[in-house]
Design a protein. Sequence first.
Length: 255
Amino acid sequence: MNQTKKNGNWKRKMEPYAFLVPLVLILFLFLVIPLVKAAIMSFQYYYVTKPSPNGHYFVGLENYGKVLQDEYFFNSVKVTLIYIVVTVAGRYIIGFITALLLNTKFLGRGLARALIIIPWAVPEVVACLVWILMYDKDYGIINFLLNNAGILSHNIAYLQDVSVALPAAMVVNIWKGFPYVAIMLLAGIVLGGFMGQLAEGISWLNWLNFGQSFGLDSPLVINFGILVITFGLTIKITMASIIGVAVALIIYRYI
């Protein structure tokens, strides 16, 4: 009897970990293995289609030395960091404001909560194609609206002009991602409303008499915020690594 009870308790303790197995396998296959493979390749001869002149494919730190001497490397790092910081901050700020607005009572709030997720749900390819058309210098709706409003005096090639290409890409990224942040933070706000009697208030929001008007009365909002920012940074860094490797392979393929 005691042995059966112990086995039952052991199964209950292990059950949560069993649910994590699929996620761990996916992360291992699509994140850990590629990162390890990329780390190993960084110490090897990097021309994919050209054999090594001396027959040696392990080059040690030679690749790192060439990268650090490359004039474009540090500029690439700077642009990447700017892109990550601005887009993650933009997503969070706009998403937070949107979550506050969606938490207030107004006619059609349920419909607004359902529709706000559309930008995030749109496939990446579709979203990029639509924004390319909108950014078009001659026929794009953005130039059309800004010119008619008197904000611009001439059309701008948003994706060809190096001075505006990066901000234009940031706008697309923020537009694509802020609905996810808004929904996550809204979930924290709503859930915090149900658990408000069991949790302490957010002191700085209450001190400003700002949070209570929007129903912010639980530290769960902070927890959800930390989760969203961490998730956003992880995705950004991972995607930057994947895209960087892909571009590098394409460049070296034709060198």
